[in-house]
Design a protein around this ligand. Structure first.
Ligand code: TYD
Ligand code: MG
Length: 455
């Protein structure tokens, strides 16, 4: 391949192209291809095969070394998402919408770690030192021994890090960092990639835990090439709905722990407060039982979380009825509507369907299928379900119900919150302790017949 011929890169998928195009062949994204300076081989570079390299020392898989010591922050919600605490020599990317609270969370984390004796350094490229100090004051963290630097030049930052050797570094944000070795504006793909590479190399070499803050674009991806996500050990997303105080820290990738854990926080006037019992929070706004409202007993990683799923079904004046979904997958709704129509003979054509997870939570488990179907049926038939009932189960295309994992954890959480009955797929493993009455249903038709017969 001619040297330097591949100098156009798609910012969405990272694919390399020989020339510019309006649309990326690899991922189909529009206007995502940008020109990049090719990596030029230095003078005297030879083809890889031509000169012999150094022989690399080989090791075995067996190790006598203990697992890496983890540093707990004392913020339990954060530690759980990290897989038990911060791992030395690791790189973590924290992504999220502007204003969601990333800087607040990380300043609180830095203060916690610092108070526990770790040497912490907070590098901000977005705010002035005075702004960060003001925030720390407001959060009551002004006395925490966190070193602060307002700087964007990567060379100076690396020199400082080399001299200071901190245990924990926060770089807020990776998009503001500027490497003078790359001829591109800060925030561009090549700058972000170069800065991330340098900082991650530093983490690995010096045993520092580095956290990079990343902005999220309109379509919810961390700006810059996806490669940054591949480069780091852990990717966390900080999410939340505007208008809600709840913030959810979600691990989407974790080389040191489970990837589907969440931590729940509430944004208050004095920073982020941990929410130890999210179910109670998500159900706190629930009124009395009303048609279309169903409580779903879900799992987020190892933790059961109960949420309320609300549906509204109304006659539509439109030729193509509306399907509006918040907090759930729209494709999943279409599937469930199709199964209800084809297997149970319940049509939703000509009706607008609105579906919502209360409290700004996002549910992605297939186990929510049955709760969604029940909410739709409850709304359509105008039948309220008992207020002390939780529902979960996966629906297959045949209309049969499939048991889901961790049934007992779901039931235990429901019981803890005062629920006394549950609807679950036949074959679900329950311990029959009798504390919560479980009605097991084989398929959707049975659910319709037994629970929504009046329609
Ligand atoms: P910030 O951490 O600056 O968000 P990000 O770094 O993700 O852009 O959070 C800013 C928002 O949080 C801002 O709208 C104000 C709000 N906030 C509070 O409600 N309470 C607080 O104690 C703090 C520090 C911020
Ligand atoms: Mg910020």
């Amino acid at each position: 391949m001619a040297k330097g011929s591949l100098n156009f890169t798609c910012t969405a998928c990272g694919a390399a192209h020989g020339k510019w195009a309006g649309r990326c062949d690899a991922c189909g994204a529009w206007n995502s291809i940008i020109e990049e300076a090719p990596l030029s081989a230095g003078p005297g570079a030879r083809a890889l095969g031509a000169a012999r390299g150094r022989r690399v020392a080989l090791t075995t898989l067996a190790t006598a070394e203990p697992p890496p010591p983890r540093a707990g922050s004392g913020l339990e919600e954060l530690d759980r998402v990290l897989g038990g605490g911060l791992v030395p020599a690791s790189a973590t990317l924290v992504g999220g919408d502007p204003g969601i609270g990333k800087s607040t969370l990380l300043l609180q984390a830095a203060a916690s770690f610092a108070r526990r004796g770790l040497k912490c350094l907070y590098v901000t490229g977005e705010e002035s030192s005075a702004q960060v100090r003001m925030r720390a004051q407001r959060l009551g963290l002004a006395d925490a021994p966190v070193a602060l630097a307002a700087e964007t030049g990567l060379r100076d930052i690396l020199t400082t890090l080399d001299a200071e050797r901190p245990d924990f570094v926060i770089v807020d944000s990776i998009q503001t960092m500027w490497a003078d070795t790359v001829e591109a504006a800060p925030g561009s793909v090549s700058q972000v990639r170069a800065a991330a590479h340098e900082l991650i190399s530093f983490a690995k070499k010096r045993g520092t835990a580095v956290v990079l803050v990343g902005h999220v674009t309109k379509d919810g991806q961390i700006a810059g090439p996806r490669v940054v996500e591949h480069m780091v050990d852990t990717v966390l997303y900080f999410e939340g709905e505007r208008g809600h105080q709840f913030r959810i820290l979600r691990a989407v990738k974790n080389r040191f722990g489970p990837a589907d854990e969440i931590g729940v926080f509430e944004m208050t006037g004095t920073g982020l407060a941990e929410i130890a019992n999210p179910s109670a929070l998500f159900l706190s706004e629930r009124g009395r039982a009303s048609p279309g409202s169903v409580v779903f007993a879900g799992m987020e990683g190892t933790r059961p979380v109960l949420t309320e799923i609300q549906a509204l079904v109304a006659a539509s004046p439109l030729g193509t009825p509306r399907r509006t979904v918040v907090g759930l997958d729209g494709g999943r709704l279409s599937t469930i509507l199709a199964v209800l129509e084809a297997r149970c003979g319940i049509p939703f054509a000509g009706q607008d369907v609105f579906l919502n997870v209360a409290g700004g939570m996002r549910v992605s488990e297939p186990a929510a299928d049955l709760a969604v179907a029940a909410a739709l049926l409850s709304a359509r038939e105008d039948i309220a379900l008992p207020p002390d009932m939780v529902i979960f189960g996966e629906i297959s295309l045949s209309g049969a119900l499939r048991p889901v994992g961790q049934t007992e954890n779901r039931l235990k959480e429901a019981q803890k919150l005062g629920f006394s009955q549950a609807v679950a797929p036949e074959g679900s493993k329950t311990d029959d302790s009798g504390a919560i009455q479980v009605r097991k249903m084989p398929d959707l038709t049975t659910v319709v017949g037994e629970m929504f017969a009046a329609g």
